[in-house]
Design a protein around this ligand. Structure first.
Ligand SMILES: NC(=O)c1ccc[n+]([C@@H]2O[C@H](COP(=O)([O-])OP(=O)(O)OC[C@H]3O[C@@H](n4cnc5c(N)ncnc54)[C@H](O)[C@@H]3O)[C@@H](O)[C@H]2O)c1
Length: 357
């Protein structure tokens, strides 16, 4: 007898233990009980399986620990599992780390992506019906804007940091595999995400944690840099829509229609947290300290997300004020998660859960 699971579509999600990946895995596992979701993650410092506690025992979910840089391992995994689709999020993602160690970004973001493309091409051969290779990228590949302008899907690539250069390179490889081999690829380029389960080296969780603990808030330069912010749950919703309805070979920009100067965002967070923590108005703002600007710091990113809105009917579900308030509440309510991450204890979760040690 053929079991129900043998007929399921199997989708590989890479980097599913990370910030955005964990939201995508959660959405797909819960929304599509007829898909088998395989989460492949190396569990670098940024991967945390505790992010997926609520889905880890679901019958349509499986975790595989592995490195996308290991081409032989990737090929073997694809041969064994015969994936129908790939949603590729695994990456080194922190700009500051790319400045101190650029090579790691080439291995994971470029070579890792090419290994996945090769393996998909190998198992799908020329039969691409119902197959999809969906690559998740960033708006940072487009470079920096002045006061005016907006990134569209046609904007020329102009990356400035080793991180954005490695993501741009991986995007080019994904397109090349479409143009050269006909691989059914889709790419999306998204703006800055915020929300639960983000590693506290990134601005929003770092500052929430520092405000709570009355620690300094280090602001690069004068805090004039502008970013477009999107709630991570809305990014996961966009990925779902693009995976199912997006046109093969196309690119979609995803954004929040929500630009903020860093300093204004930080002041807003201080104000909201003063209220939530019962502190005097203005108390947390005193923690702001200006530090030397990041090398090659892009001034402004802004995304035109009209195409995904018009063609696929997606738009953000929450306004920023609501999203940031929910996010702050989540970090305040999940102190244990934050403690485990900042102490490094989260790295023991895999051994406990999967190796019974
Ligand atoms: N965070 C953002 O605001 C943002 C915005 C746009 C696009 N993106 C893109 O979305 C994707 C996910 O970003 P994130 O913020 O969730 O990143 P993250 O750093 O939180 O997670 C990355 C995940 O990839 C895994 N990983 C790293 N190297 C690996 C390897 N060699 N093999 C297997 N797994 C590996 C890590 O263990 C981690 O779980 C990235 O491709 C990033 O470029 C992020």
């Amino acid at each position: 007898m053929v079991s129900k699971y043998e007929n399921m579509k199997t989708i590989l999600i890479t980097g599913g233990a990370g910030f955005i990946g964990s939201h995508v895995v959660r959405l797909f596992v819960n929304k599509y009980p007829d898909y088998k979701i395989v989460n492949l993650d190396k569990l670098t410092y940024a991967g945390n399986l505790a992010n997926l506690k609520d889905v880890e025992n679901k019958p349509n979910y499986e975790f595989v620990k592995g490195d996308i840089v290991d081409g032989d391992f990737i090929l073997q995994l694809f041969e064994e599992r015969q994936f129908d689709g790939v949603i590729h999020l695994a990456a080194e993602s922190h700009v500051d780390r790319s400045i101190s160690n650029p090579t790691e970004f080439v291995y994971t973001n470029v070579i890792g992506t090419v290994n996945l493309l090769n393996a998909a091409k190998h198992i799908w051969k020329d039969d691409f019906s119902d197959k999809k290779f969906y690559h998740i990228s960033t708006d940072e590949v487009y470079g920096s804007l002045g006061e005016e302008g907006i990134f569209t899907e046609e904007t020329r690539y102009d990356p400035h940091s080793p991180y954005s250069a490695s993501k741009a390179s991986s995007d080019h490889f994904v397109r090349a595999y479409h143009d050269t081999f006909g691989l059914p690829v889709i790419i999306s380029n998204c703006s800055n995400n915020y929300g639960s389960y983000q590693f506290p080296e990134k601005l929003i969780p770092l500052f929430i944690n520092n405000i709570r603990n009355k620690k300094p808030l280090p602001v690069y330069g004068k805090g004039e840099n502008v970013r477009d912010w999107l709630w991570v749950v809305d990014h996961a919703r966009a990925i779902d829509v693009i995976y199912h309805k997006g046109k093969t070979g196309d690119t979609y920009n995803i954004g929040g229609f929500n630009e903020w100067k860093n300093i204004d965002l930080i002041r807003t967070m201080c104000r909201v947290m003063d209220k939530k923590l019962g502190r005097e108005e203005g108390e947390s703002e005193k923690l702001i300290t200006y530090v030397k600007d990041r090398a090659g710091h892009d001034l402004r990113y802004a995304i035109d997300a009209t195409k995904i809105k018009n063609e696929l009917g997606w738009e953000p579900s929450v306004q920023f004020e609501e999203g940031i308030s929910k996010t702050i509440d989540w970090y305040l309510d999940n102190e244990e998660w934050m403690k485990n991450v900042t102490s490094g204890d989260y790295q023991k979760y895999y051994d406990k859960q999967y190796l019974n040690r």
